[in-house]
Design a protein. Structure first.
Length: 282
């Protein structure tokens, strides 16, 4: 069956597929545009399978907040190249996936992949790369609680925080602090006991081997070791980080929260490709 140039252009505009792919799909579908789209999507599945072994370490970490439903999402979606990750099509795709996940609230990553499979298939057809839904987390705000969010470098690093109340720019500032400081824990009290014990053992060994402290009483040595632990673990805690929006860089998050009557309930920080290794061939 012969197809017109206009039909091909229309299909290309809707799918982003190549001209010849569109022409072949239209011929196979006897000129039916909707059927042709299905054919391209099916081929997209095949393409996705063939590309599945290729590392997707670029992409975006997106944050989406739904004030109406009191939920917020942070998600990482990977692609193969930085060029694609910066394209409008990829950002539209990420937004669509984010909206679907936030609407459906899947319980697992596998479930999230299942409910967004059609979006990923369409993206493969349109952009011809391997795409991966790597991870996501949904936070639920309780009565009076609020979110803060920040996306650095267009989503290369993103942070989402859940706070005890809404203080506008302060919420965003705490999210900025999470993004820039990369803390592991909220407070020292949140550090697992095993990590504390391991750090304490190391500190005690350092104190015992320090000739300058040899004459100190055991009680003093123990106190010095505890201070070392508090200092080191504090470097990994959000409440001990300087607040990002403090012009002098001296105001700690713990003091800010005390001054504002604010509590950080939870935070999540994603960085694109964190932990994903690329081979030399890629």
């Amino acid at each position: 069956m012969a197809v017109t140039i206009q039909q091909i252009k229309n299909l290309q505009n809707r799918t982003g597929a190549g001209i010849m792919d569109c022409k072949k799909a239209l011929i196979e579908a006897d000129g039916d545009e909707e059927k042709a789209i299905d054919i391209l999507r099916e081929k997209g599945i095949a393409k996705a399978a063939s590309k599945a072994g290729r590392t997707a370490a670029e992409g975006l970490c997106n944050v989406k907040v739904c004030e109406k439903c009191g939920k917020a999402l942070i998600v990482e979606i990977n692609c193969e190249t930085d060029f694609v990750s910066g394209s409008p099509k990829f950002r539209e795709f990420v937004d669509a996936v984010s909206a679907r996940i936030l609407e459906k609230c899947p319980a697992t990553l596998e479930e999230a992949k299942e409910i967004t499979q059609d979006l990923f298939t369409d993206a493969v057809v349109a952009m011809r790369e391997n795409f991966v839904l790597r991870r996501f987390e949904i936070l639920q705000a309780g009565e009076g609680e609020a979110f803060g969010s920040y996306m650095h470098m267009g989503g290369k690093i993103s942070a989402l925080v859940l706070l005890s109340k809404d203080l506008g720019d302060v919420n965003r500032g705490i999210a900025m602090t999470v993004a820039s400081a990369d803390p592991y824990y909220l407070t020292i009290e949140d550090v697992p006991a095993e990590a504390r014990e391991r750090e304490l053992a190391l500190a005690k060994k350092e104190v015992a081997e320090d000739p300058k402290l040899a004459a100190k009483p055991d009680q003093v040595k123990a106190m010095i070791a505890e201070r070392k632990v508090a200092s080191r673990l504090g470097e990994n805690c959000l409440d001990q980080k300087p607040y990002a929006l403090d012009p002098e860089g001296k105001l700690l998050v713990s003091q800010l929260c005390k001054d504002k009557g604010l509590k950080v309930i939870k935070f999540v920080r994603y960085m694109v490709g964190d932990g994903v290794e690329k081979t030399e061939a890629e």
